[in-house]
Structures are given as C-alpha cells and as structure tokens.
Ligand binder design. Sequence first.
Ligand SMILES: NC(=O)c1ccc[n+]([C@@H]2O[C@H](COP(=O)([O-])OP(=O)(O)OC[C@H]3O[C@@H](n4cnc5c(N)ncnc54)[C@H](OP(=O)(O)O)[C@@H]3O)[C@@H](O)[C@H]2O)c1
Length: 242
Amino acid sequence: MKLQGRTAVVTGGTRGLGRAVAQALADEGAIVVAAARDMSPDPPDQGGRIVHVKADVTVPQSVASLMRTTHERYGGPHIVVANAGVSRPGPVSVLAAEDWDAVIGTNLTGVFHTVREAVPYLGQAGAGRVITVSSLLGRRAMPGAAAYCASKAAVERFTEVCALELAPRGITVNCLAPGFIQEGQGRALMANETLWSRLQGTMATGRPGTGDEVARAAVFLASTESSYVNGAVLPVDGGVRW
Ligand SMILES: NC(=O)c1ccc[n+]([C@@H]2O[C@H](COP(=O)([O-])OP(=O)(O)OC[C@H]3O[C@@H](n4cnc5c(N)ncnc54)[C@H](OP(=O)(O)O)[C@@H]3O)[C@@H](O)[C@H]2O)c1
C-alpha cells in the first residue's frame, strides 16, 4: 500500500485510462476523486475508495470547486492526475474551428486549469505529485491528428516548466505518454482496420498496451519511489519504431 493516507484527483477518471489509473491508485490505498462531466448514469461503482465528482476541466471555476471539495471532504489532494482528454480527428484543411478549440481547450487549457487550481493544496500536502497525460503523438506526427498532436506536444513542454517552478514547493510534475492502448480512445483506433494494420507494424511488442500497464506507471510517479524524478516524460508504449 504505497499510497495509504494520500488523496488523489484523477480528471477523466470515470472511463478508459483514467478509470484504470483511479483503480490502481485506490488499490495502493489512496482515496481517489474521479472527476468528469457526465455522471448520468452514475459511473460503475469502483469500491469505497473511489468517489465520482462532476467537473469540467475547461471551466476554471469548476476545477477550483473540484479541488476545494476534495480538500474539505478528504484532505489534500496530494496527487493530481490531469488525464481528461478528447480527440477530434480531421485534416487541417477542413478541421472545424470548434473541434480545434475543443481539443486545445480540454487537452491543454484543461491541464493548465487543473494544475493551477491544485497547486495551493499540493504545496501544503508535502511530496505533492502532479501527473499529466500526453501521448505517443506528443512527439510524433500523424496525418489527421493536428489538434491532438499540437495539444499533447504543448502538454509535455507545460509539464517541464511546471516541474521547474514547483520543485521548491516540494511538488514533482511528470508526464505519462501512452502509446496504443486497448482502452478508451485507443479502442476507436483499433476499430479502424486499415489504420490499425499499419500501426501494428510499428509496435516493438507487437501488441497494444493495457490500461493497467499505464496505471502502474502512474502509481510509480504518484509514490515516494519517484521522489527524484521530475519534469520527465515517460513513454508507456512498449517501444514504437516510427
Ligand atoms: N487510450 C489511448 O490509447 C491513449 C493513448 C495515448 C494518450 N491517451 C490520453 O489518455 C487520456 C485518457 O484517454 P482515454 O482513451 O481514456 O479517453 P476516454 O475513454 O475518452 O475518457 C476520457 C475521460 O475524460 C473525461 N473528459 C473529457 N472531457 C472532459 C472535460 N472537459 N472535463 C472533465 N472530464 C472530461 C471523460 O468524461 P466525460 O466525457 O464524462 O467528461 C472521460 O472520463 C487522454 O488525455 C488521452 O489523450 C490515451
């Protein structure tokens, strides 16, 4: 139980990778507040250590309320996983401005809101941990993914700046960069047979990852075992050759 006595907030913690991360943190003893916009129908119960709270990372007041509520009810937060993300594929020449705004607003500005609103609490907590979530596509270009690639590249640089700024407060800030994962948005990719057959050839392991494999990396970054890891972007992609 590496995270006993710690409280974690996981944005986008109700589905996909965020749900797997929330479960893994709870399994290590943390109380986890899993936040998302849609609570109807109620997300499946994940046991007493995970509570679901409605919040929208694109709205600063909503994120402020999420952090305040977490603090008042459970203490902390000591760990924040800025995981909420969306994808709106489409070639630049026809990509709708609203789609661009949705991706940047959630994946980048949403991460900014999440970190900014968490800092006062993380600073009090001692050994505060921030984990942002990028992607394999934060460092590689894929046609049709301009907004997504741009948002994830920016999250990686944002993470590195935060790591420098927040280290004096005892907070580490690191980023997970998952590859192709058979969970959440990764499932939609796998359903595209033409694209998936091409991508499969790029995976050194020859298989996509699982949500649990990403979640175990998150546990490492959330625990004291990563005390001297700061500003890192950790690929969790099994090795990709492309
Ligand atoms: N799955 C993969 O293969 C993969 C690979 C690399 C990186 N990633 C990254 O991993 C993260 C999770 O992806 P996923 O595949 O698990 O996606 P997912 O299954 O679509 O889940 C996304 C989660 O984010 C929440 N969310 C979306 N917009 C939000 C907002 N404005 N405010 C609060 N919550 C919001 C969703 O809940 P609501 O819609 O109810 O708000 C949901 O809980 C993303 O950042 C994604 O880019 C995923």
